[in-house]
Design a protein around this ligand. Sequence first.
Ligand code: HEC
Ligand code: HEC
Length: 363
Amino acid sequence: MTSPVLVRVWDRPIRLFHWSLAACVAVAAATGFLGGPEAIRWHVGAGLASVALVLARIVWGFTGSTHARFRDFTPSRASLVEHLRTDSPRHLGHNPLGALMVFALIGLMLLIGVSGLALLGGMFKTGPLAFWSFEAGRVGREFHELAAWAVLGLVVLHLGGVMLESRRSRENLARAMLTGVKEARPGDHPAREVPARVPLAVFFLLLAGAGLWAANASLAARPPQGLPVAFDPVARAECSACHMAYHPSLLPAASWRGLMAGLSDHFGEDASLDPVTVAEVEGWLVAHAAEEADTLPAHAFALTAPDAPFAITESPSWKRLHGDLPDALFERTSVRSRSNCVACHADAESGLFSPFSIHVPKE
Ligand code: HEC
Ligand code: HEC
């Protein structure tokens, strides 16, 4: 009996990358699919960390040790066909099907990253792509969600593939990804041994980091598109005596005209103002109404309820956005009413309603 020959297959960076990526994707998926608005920071953090890991993996694919290199596992049609035969030689590194998975995951993760930034920028005017339009952000969201589901599907396929291959080659592939070693066997697919080139990897990582930093800085320097205007002091003073001042971008121009024409019976209250002030406030509200901003609330609330065209909280979008919240929440003393947006949206007066500014008060 000869003792088995153990070979190092997965170098330390590969193992670290693999399990860190699994953890980051798990956090991003859980917060993205299941989390509420309070999870958004974790979601964006885990997502950015995943993309950073993938970029590092790409660098390591050109500089790492033997089985880390893309060259070691780039599949060809012939290698795929061979691998599907039952008696095909074992690959110590990624087999051709696993390799397809690796490349698909890398591509999808980059797509998720870019589309996530597009949706944050276009829809929420946050981050390096804040100069993108709401419409571009919406397209970004479609890609973001599609790619997220695709990654979820790949993860399931991956787990199935690992189990099948583990059985077929009678070894625990998950453990090999922890220890890094496998038992060499006669008849294994030959590999071209190459050493890891750590200084070169560090150099490319620094280069990529500097490139990203510069790209981010130059993109972020562009002015965001369709930002809501700052509040006019007269309108704020006249319209915040009974409730928070509602930003003009939260209703279309027609609603503001109608609302200003009926101030003597304003939601059952007399909110009358002198005609000069009415004209001034109305002019400002109409000039900066929903049609003039490119934010999520401006697009969402531009469509009002026909029977309550002055009430933001009666619009179909408002009801949809807050449909999951229990009625009791709006009756808390810290909230008081659905109309008191600022109780939960710290940035309500700016008209932005960023998901990063949502804090539902505790009882
Ligand atoms: C005398 C008190 C008073 C003043 C002054 C007043 N409002 Fe109101 N407003 C109300 C009440 C009461 C409601 C009903 C919702 C609530 O309970 O807060 C309301 C609701 C609204 C809503 C609908 C909010 C929702 O639930 O969707 C808008 C928009 C609004 N007011 C705009 C204005 C504007 C613009 C001005 C300034 C010209 C103004 N209000 C001044 C009392 C007032
Ligand atoms: C009791 C707390 C509360 C009040 C009051 C409230 N909201 Fe919200 N709002 C939320 C929560 C929580 C979400 C996130 C819902 C989700 O993601 O499931 C949200 C989401 C939104 C969104 C979607 C954008 C985003 O960042 O997710 C907009 C726009 C919005 N609210 C506008 C308003 C406006 C306008 C008012 C006042 C007329 C208002 N809200 C009052 C809690 C509140």
